[in-house]
Design a protein around this ligand. Structure first.
Ligand SMILES: [Zn+2]
Length: 490
């Protein structure tokens, strides 16, 4: 398996630190608002990456934090006259709920910044003792960027270039404009915790370094996040961890590309800003994921409602094929064509190899999904051919349905449940047409289809058409195959 390491700018053969195991960390949200679909892209991408690692046989330990104390949360709380803890609690719960709705697996470990103050203070103390950090007179503690010769390696930046435009903001007591806060002295009305440097709260970059070390151990195999986090957030996380523990931090850095809406950057002022919640109110999580995975995770993703409608149709087409394969298998009553079944099996195996090699090549989901679409077309050809000759092979049709559903399921795309249940109203139709008085809807459907077949055999087109029209009014269509006729939701 090859993975693109954004710190080295190349695809590398993936070798976990501990054989068969992967330790993985992805920065979570700052919980001050509902997440938007750009954030969602990152979390869905890493969910797919995690699922593929698991499907490949790795035992994956996945940690993701909740940043539940931060300037944005404090500002939101002040605007709304609430406490920062109330705001953080509300949006933590909403984030977890909407991740479930998006079919994103829960992390194995979900640390919260406010519950990790002790380990963070311990890390900061050690950094001061080792000469990598200093406490200012105002109670802030800063990391001394120039004390870390490796600074810039995660994001590919040079310290001297970073100096251009670097400023010390009002109220900061940095020795060097590049330095960043590990601990911020409490301002009136802000949440704070006691520390050796007075009451305060941790800086944002501090929590992930402390959590990775505490819950996964340094170094980890994969550290991920949106590409906007590479600098300064990931650079700063890495500087703290490597200067504190001298064990390395992350072997592979992975960053997801940005999400555009109709080709433009998403922003509230442009009116093209969508939360994940509002997208999932209108569309299925499976369609959104299918849309997202048709673009490689590192490339910019163009979201539009039209593309999402298109993904919904593609999904329905795949689900229809899977349903047709299962139905054909159940009704296979003729002489199965063994050669056609074998040919289908061989072709699907070849598509399966393409799917796997794409996923093993830096999680090329677009290629994997293209292979699924080709397999769907192939399965449809098989059905057209063999149903016309009443030569469906039950095992081959079921196996094909299974692999299609499986390939999508591995990516976290759940096919919509087939609308197999026929409407109860068929009982009334059957009573009127054929005098059926039982309460078995499937039996009623069989009787109606038989009545129609009899009418056609007797060239009673008027009756056959009348039956068809009554069914159509109930949202049903008749599909005639050599294996018999079936009723389907239209
Ligand atoms: Zn982080």
């Amino acid at each position: 398996m090859k993975i693109y390491n954004s710190a080295t700018h190349q695809k590398e053969e993936f070798k976990p630190i501990e054989e068969g195991k992967v330790r993985m960390y992805v920065c979570g949200p700052t919980v001050y608002d509902n997440i938007h679909i750009g954030n969602a892209r990152t979390f869905i991408s890493f969910d797919v990456i995690r699922r593929w690692l698991i499907a490949s046989g790795y035992e994956v330990t996945f940690a993701q934090n909740l940043t539940d104390v931060d300037d944005k949360i404090i500002n939101r709380a002040n605007e709304q006259g609430r406490t920062a803890a109330e705001v953080a609690e509300e949006f933590s719960t909403k984030f977890i709920d909407v991740m479930h709705r998006a079919n994103v697996m829960d992390p194995d470990i979900r640390p919260r910044a406010t519950k990790e103050i002790g380990p963070m203070i311990g890390m900061i103390k050690s950094l001061i003792e080792q000469g990598h950090a200093y406490a200012a007179d105002n109670g802030d503690v800063y990391f001394a960027v120039r004390s870390d010769p490796a600074y810039g390696e995660v994001s590919g930046r040079k310290v001297d270039e970073l100096m251009v435009g670097a400023r010390i903001a009002a109220g900061e007591e940095k020795r060097d404009p590049l330095d960043f806060a590990l601990w911020k002295a409490a301002k009136p009305g802000e949440p704070s915790w006691p520390s050796p440097w007075g009451d305060g709260r941790p800086g944002w970059h501090t929590e992930c370094a402390a959590m990775v070390h505490r819950y996964l151990g340094c170094p980890i195999d994969i550290h991920g996040g949106g590409s906007d986090l590479a600098f300064p957030h990931h650079e700063n996380e890495c500087a703290q961890a490597t200067c504190c523990w001298h064990e390395g931090f992350a072997n592979t850095w992975m960053h997801t590309g940005m999400l555009l809406v109709d080709g433009e950057k998403m922003s509230k002022s442009l009116g093209n800003f969508f939360t994940l919640e509002e997208v999932l109110e209108k569309h299925s999580a499976a369609a959104l994921r299918l849309l997202m995975l048709q673009t490689h995770y590192r490339s910019p993703l163009d979201f539009s409602w039209e593309r999402l409608d298109g993904a919904e149709s593609s999904l329905a087409r795949i689900a229809g094929t899977v349903e047709n394969l299962r139905w054909a298998a159940r009704h296979a009553a003729g002489n199965p064509d063994v050669a056609a079944a074998d040919a289908l099996g061989e072709d699907l195996a070849a598509f399966g190899r393409t799917y796997t090699s794409c996923m093993d090549d830096d999680f090329n989901t677009a290629g994997a999904i293209a292979a699924v679409f080709e397999a769907v077309t192939r399965a449809n050809h098989y059905l057209e051919d063999t149903q016309a000759r009443d030569a469906v092979d039950e095992g081959a049709a079921l196996a094909a349905a299974g692999v299609l559903a499986n390939w999508l399921g591995t990516l976290g795309i759940e096919l919509p449940e087939p609308k197999e249940e026929l409407p109860v109203g068929l009982l009334g139709v059957a009573a009127g047409l054929v005098g059926y008085t039982g309460d078995d809807v499937d039996e009623a459907a069989e009787r109606i289809l038989t009545a129609r077949a009899d009418a056609r055999a007797a060239k009673n087109w008027e009756l056959a058409d009348a039956i068809r029209d009554q069914l159509r009014d109930m949202g049903l269509v008749i599909e005639d195959t050599a294996a018999g006729s079936r009723l389907k939701h239209s």
